[in-house]
Structure formats: structure tokens, C-alpha cells
Design a protein around this ligand. Structure first.
Ligand code: NAD
Ligand code: WQD
Length: 334
């Protein structure tokens, strides 16, 4: 059985589908602070299999003990808070969930002698990189409480792996996850105004928002708009299954980028989304967003070498799947 913390969320739900389809028993622990139980019902519907569910907070040791009293072989730890801007206003919440929550989980795993862990980290730990593509040994300069909380959790896991030989840990640094399951049944369901580009464009396409603000067209990029390494959430999910296999054979903590190795500008994403939804979308150029980096993309060669994993889906399929999800579920999971 695999314990998936935060399994009802955007990325977790896609991982759960693939785990079930690969024949794993799945136990989800989620407090539904940023997700809905309906997401898990749909996961079961796609996979045709049942999920075991515990509703609770990763900072609650009692609920972790209850989760780990199941025959859990490994944990995929996704539960966390993830909005850069919000983290500036609520740093304590971010350190509490992302750092204390992770520590609490590790302690519970030790009590139950479960030593295999896949951890969700983020390319945000690199901050503004000096060179691209970004390799895993690029110096880390997280620039927000969110980024620092992920960096701290990584440090804890690193020290842990050095202290006790039996821990097997893979830290995955995601680039920009987008897209949705091709069935249109699960996808990203942001609460309030979306912070990120693809969910915002989706809501412009569905008529929920009048236009996209493009944050700056004077960056040193071919069309002047910011460039990111967008990765289809299905590819990202597949990376976790590959990590679960790899950690069985590894004796050291592995830190691995999950990205495509290619960057796309805001304009390119908008154009691909227009092709997906079949209409022109309104936009306005506005000032740069404070803290934004001009461009970055991953060097994903370690993922290929160590995990045997490569991202397969292109920008158009990310936009097509995102639009299908948005069109079929204009109000998300409701
Ligand atoms: P999400 O908010 O959709 O999913 C996180 C899940 O964790 C939600 O279901 C939420 O209810 C749950 N959760 C939050 N706090 C909890 C707590 N204290 N106890 C139990 N459950 C809790 O986010 P996501 O996009 O699926 O991200 C999953 C992980 O990946 C996060 O750790 C995030 O930092 C990381 N990540 C996300 C992105 C991205 O752009 N989406 C990029 C890099 C890294
Ligand atoms: C992408 C591009 C914007 C919105 C964030 C987090 C990062 C990680 C992934 C969790 C940029 C531009 C955006 C809009 C725009 N999450 N943009 N108009 O900032 O690369 O990364 O999500 O770990 O930590 O920081 O992603 O989707 O917000 O922005 O022009 O309304 O789109 O300026 O160039 P970002 P994003």
C-alpha cells in the first residue's frame, strides 16, 4: 500500500489514478483544505478501483499513526501549501504545514518503520538561476517563505538520509505542472482568483474572467514574455511512479528535476490555448509581476538516467487537456 498525503489535490489525484492503474493499494491522507472529496470519487471512477481515505492534518500525530498502522510500504508526500504570494503574508502557516508537517510525517514513519519516501519539492528552491537549463546541483536561492519552506524540508530529509542508512528518499523538484487528465474528470481547481498562468487562461477561455494580464513583454526573451518549463501533470505523475521503483534500489537520497527541458513563453501558451479552445482570447500587457524570473527550464537528464523517465506530452496536449477539464467542469469539483 502507498500512502499519498495531499492525494486529493491537483497533482495527488493524478498520481492516485496511475498508482491504482499500476495495481497499488492507495491510502490518501488529506485535510481537504485545498481540495474536495469529489476529486477522489472521480479518481476511483477513472481507475475503476477504490481508494482508502483518512481525513486529517499531517501535523496531527494521531492521524498519522492511524494511517501508518495500515501496511504502508512507501509514502508520497504532497500535502502542503503552495502559493508564493500567500506565503509572504502567512509565513508561519507555510513553515507549520510544509516544515513541521514534514517533520511530523518523518517521525511517524520512523515509529512505524516505513522508510521509503517520495517528496514534492519545487523548482522555486532555485530562485533566480544564473544559468539555464537548471541542473540539480545549481545553487539554491529560494526567494519566498514558500520556497524556503521547501528548501528547509529538503535539508531535513538530506540530514536524515545521512544519519540512518535504511532511509530511501527521492526529492522531486517540479517545474510548472499544468494540464489535466485526458478524461476531463480531474484537473486543477483553484479557489478564488488563480495565481498561475494556465488556470487563469482557462477561466478567460470559459468566460469567467474578461482578460489575461500578461505580466511584462519586455523580458530578454524572443517575444518579450516570460518563459517557463511547463510539464503535463500526467507526465509528472508518471515521474512519481518511476521514483517509487528507483528508490527501492537506491542507498542515497536522490534529488531529481521533473521538467521537459523546453521553455515556452506566455505568448506561446496563450496561442496554444487559443488553438485548443478554438477562439481568440483577450489579453492586456501589464507591468512585470514582482519577483518573476525572465526565463528558466529544467535539465531533466538525471530523471532520464536515474528514473528512466522522460516527459512525453507537448504544450498543445497540455492546453487541450486543460481546456477539456475547464469546459466540462466550469465550476471545478463544485
Ligand atoms: P494542491 O493544493 O492541489 O494539493 C495539496 C493537497 O494537500 C490538497 O489536497 C490539500 O487539501 C492538502 N493539504 C494541505 N495542507 C494539508 C495538511 N496540513 N494536512 C493534510 N493535507 C493537507 O497542490 P498541488 O498543486 O497538487 O501540489 C502538491 C504538492 O506539490 C505541494 O507540496 C506543492 O508545494 C508541490 N508543488 C506544486 C507545484 C504546482 O505548481 N502545482 C509546483 C511545485 C511543487
Ligand atoms: C508563469 C508565467 C508569469 C499569470 C509558480 C510558483 C512556483 C511553482 C509553479 C509551486 C510567468 C506569467 C502568470 C498571469 C502572466 N509552484 N503570468 N499572467 O511563477 O513560474 O511558478 O508556479 O511550487 O513555485 O512560483 O508560474 O504560472 O504563476 O507564471 O503573465 O495571470 O506566466 O509572469 O512568466 P511561476 P505562473
Amino acid at each position: 500500500m502507498i500512502l499519498v498525503t495531499g492525494g486529493a489535490g491537483y497533482i495527488g489525484s493524478h498520481i492516485c489514478v496511475q498508482l491504482l492503474q499500476a495495481g497499488h493499494e492507495v491510502l490518501v491522507l488529506d485535510n481537504f483544505s485545498n481540495s474536495k472529496p469529489e476529486a477522489l470519487r472521480r479518481v476511483e471512477c477513472i481507475a475503476g478501483k477504490k481508494i482508502h481515505l483518512l481525513e486529517g492534518d499531517i501535523r496531527d500525530s494521531t492521524i498519522l499513526d492511524r494511517a501508518l498502522s495500515h501496511p504502508v510500504r512507501a509514502v508520497i508526500h504532497l500535502a502542503g501549501l503552495k502559493a508564493v504570494g500567500e506565503s509572504v503574508n502567512k509565513p508561519v502557516d507555510y513553515y507549520s504545514v510544509n516544515v513541521t508537517g514534514t517533520l511530523n510525517l518523518i517521525q511517524a514513519m520512523q515509529r512505524h518503520q516505513v522508510y521509503q519516501l517520495v517528496f514534492s519539492s519545487s523548482a522555486t528552491v532555485y530562485g533566480t538561476p544564473e544559468t539555464v537549463p537548471i541542473k540539480e546541483d545549481t545553487p539554491l536561492h529560494p526567494e519566498s517563505p514558500y520556497g524556503r519552506s521547501k528548501w528547509m524540508a529538503e535539508q531535513i530529509l538530506h540530514d536524515l538520509s545521512l544519519s540512518v542508512a535504511n532511509w530511501k528518499i527521492v526529492v522531486l523538484r517540479y517545474f510548472n505542472p499544468v494540464g489535466a487528465h485526458p478524461s476531463g474528470l480531474i484537473g486543477e481547481d483553484p479557489s478564488g482568483v488563480p495565481n498561475n498562468l494556465m488556470p487563469y487562461i482557462s477561466q478567460v477561455a470559459s468566460g469567467k474572467r474578461p482578460l489575461l494580464q500578461i505580466y511584462g513583454n519586455d523580458y530578454p526573451t524572443p517575444d518579450g514574455t516570460g518563459i517557463r518549463d511547463y510539464i503535463h501533470v500526467e507526465d509528472l505523475a508518471a515521474g512519481h511512479l518511476a521514483a517509487l521503483t528507483a528508490l527501492k534500489h537506491s542507498n542515497e537520497l536522490l534529488t531529481i528535476n521533473l521538467g521537459t527541458g523546453h521553455g515556452h513563453s506566455v505568448m506561446e501558451v496563450l496561442n496554444a490555448y487559443e488553438s485548443a479552445c478554438g477562439s481568440k482570447l483577450s489579453y492586456q500587457i501589464s507591468a512585470r509581476r514582482p519577483g518573476d524570473v525572465a526565463f528558466y527550464w529544467a535539465d531533466p537528464s538525471q530523471a532520464t538516467k536515474i528514473l528512466g523517465w522522460t516527459a512525453r506530452k507537448d504544450l498543445q496536449s497540455m492546453c487541450n487537456d486543460s481546456w477539456r477539464w475547464q469546459k466540462l467542469n466550469p465550476n471545478g469539483f463544485c
